[in-house]
Design a protein around this ligand. Structure first.
Ligand SMILES: Nc1ncnc2c1ncn2[C@@H]1O[C@H](COP(=O)(O)OP(=O)(O)O)[C@@H](O)[C@H]1O
Ligand SMILES: [Mg+2]
Length: 250
């Protein structure tokens, strides 16, 4: 595609087989990571096409994502496919050498050997025939312990949310068996068990509060608007819910 890359309404825009998204300060670093993953032979991440006029272009991956994703994650085999895909991607990030002057949305955790995706909820997987086939939306990537991503994913895959919310918004027809789902996710990811996971999930939820606050403090949108609208209080409420319902998992 030639000419100017234009976002319709400032948002993610799909033109032919390209996805156009607003470029961020860290987009060049994320493109270097995605190029590394593609060179490693992964076909489960979008290919970086370029950055121009404040817009990034990536290849479009066919399948269900966003709101269409929830119905696929309910099934245990769907959940397992997402966990296995996350593991495959984490393993492939290990040899990545960030470019000089690399910028990430969040400071790298010292000693981290993996680059985490940072937002691996069901909505950022692309699903085909009930199977998670790709992981998109890499804005929150940063070097950090892989378990941070596992904990983040479990928050919504288990989910650590009230039954009503799980049934109204996450596609469940009855209250989810969180212990069974956490076990299945952990096994498919390759963990030895689920011990300590509740605290990991709550700890990762706290990290989300700090991260959104930090992006807002930098004056970046949409995060500043989220904070103005009181989103941090909602996030803190989620941490309390997780800590108050540990018996659902333990
Ligand atoms: N590479 C891609 N392939 C297919 N669909 C995509 C891709 N990137 C984005 N999308 C679609 O656009 C939606 C929003 O894009 P996303 O990158 O997740 O941004 P955000 O969640 O920050 O709005 C996704 O839920 C998905 O439906
Ligand atoms: Mg997204």
């Amino acid at each position: 595609m030639t000419g100017t890359w234009e976002l319709v309404g400032g948002d993610v825009t799909i033109v032919d087989d390209l996805v156009l998204r607003p470029a961020r300060p860290w987009t060049a670093t994320v493109h270097a990571l995605l190029a590394h993953l593609c060179a490693e032979g992964l076909d489960c991440v979008p290919e970086p096409v370029g950055i121009r006029d404040g817009v990034e272009a990536l290849t479009w991956v066919p399948g269900d994502a966003g709101p269409e994703a929830w119905r696929h994650h309910v099934d245990l085999d769907g959940l397992r496919s997402a966990a296995a895909l996350l593991r495959r991607i984490h393993d492939a990030t290990e040899g990545f050498v960030p470019p000089e002057g690399a910028d990430w949305a969040f400071p790298p955790v010292p000693g981290a050997t993996v680059v985490t995706h940072g937002d691996p909820g069901p909505w950022n997987f692309v699903w085909r025939e009930g199977v998670a086939v790709a992981l998109i939306d890499w804005d929150y990537a940063s070097p950090a312990p892989a378990m941070d991503d596992v904990a983040y994913a479990l928050e919504t895959f288990a989910p650590f949310r009230p039954d009503e919310e799980a049934m109204e918004s996450h596609g469940f027809v009855s209250p989810p068996d969180r212990a069974e789902r956490a076990r299945a996710f952990s096994e498919a990811y390759g963990l030895g068990g689920t011990a300590g996971l509740v605290d990991r999930v709550a700890g990762r939820q706290e990290v989300t509060v700090d991260r959104i606050a930090a992006l807002a403090e930098r004056g970046l949108e949409p995060w500043a608007a989220w904070v103005r609208a009181g989103y941090l209080d909602e996030l803190r409420g989620r941490v309390r819910w997780t800590r108050g319902h540990r018996q659902l998992l333990e």
